[in-house]
Design a protein around this ligand. Sequence first.
Ligand code: ITT
Length: 199
Amino acid sequence: MTLLIATRNHHKLDEIRQIFALPSLRLIAADELPGLPDDVVEDADTFEGNALKKARELCAASGLWTLADDSGLEVAALDNAPGVFSARYAGEPCDYAANNAKLLRALDGVTDRRARFRCVIALCAPDGRAWTVDGRCEGRIITETRGENGFGYDPLFVPDGSDKTFSELDSAVKNTLSHRGHALRNAADAWRAWLTPHA
Ligand code: ITT
C-alpha cells in the first residue's frame, strides 16, 4: 500500500521516514507526486484542525491514503505561544534563525523556561474518513542556541531528563523522545491494521 506524506518540510519527512517504517507500506512524499497543491492554508486554530486540513486536501487531490503532521512549540510563560504559529513566529516565509532569535527576546529575563513540543498526526482515507493521534514532549528553553542537528527550535529545546538540546542529540535519540516520535508510534498502534492489511 502507498501512503502519501502531506508535508513540504524535508526535516519532518526525514523523521517520519525514520520512525514510521511499517512493513510493506510505501511512503511517498508530496514533492514526489506532480500536480498536488503547493501549499495548504493553515488557518485552523488547533494542531488537530491544521493536520486534518493538510491530510484531507492532499488526500482529495491524490486519491491516496494520506498522513499529515502539524506540530509546534508551546511555551508556558508565553501563554503557549507560538503554538500553531510556530513556523511563522517571526513572519513569513519561515525562518528558523529568526524564530529562535524572537523566542530568545520574548524570554529575556524570564525564569520560567518550561515548554513543550506538540505534534498531531492526521490520517485521511480516500473515502473521506479521517482520524488524528497526538504526541508531546515536555522540556525547557535555554538561553542560547546549542548543536547542529535537527531543525526549527531544536537548538533551544532541552527535553526533560536530558541536558542536551534536540540539536545536540542524534536523530535516533531525538526520535525516541520527541513529540513526533510519540505521535507516530501512537499512529502505528492505532492504524497498523489498515495501513498494512497484508503484512
Ligand atoms: P508542513 O506544513 O508542510 O508539514 P511546516 O514546517 O509548515 O511544514 P507546521 O506548520 O506543522 O509545518 O509547523 C511546524 C513548525 O513547528 C516548524 O516550522 C518548527 O518551527 C516547529 N517544529 C515542529 N516540530 C519541530 C521539531 O521536531 N523540532 C523543532 N521545531 C519543530
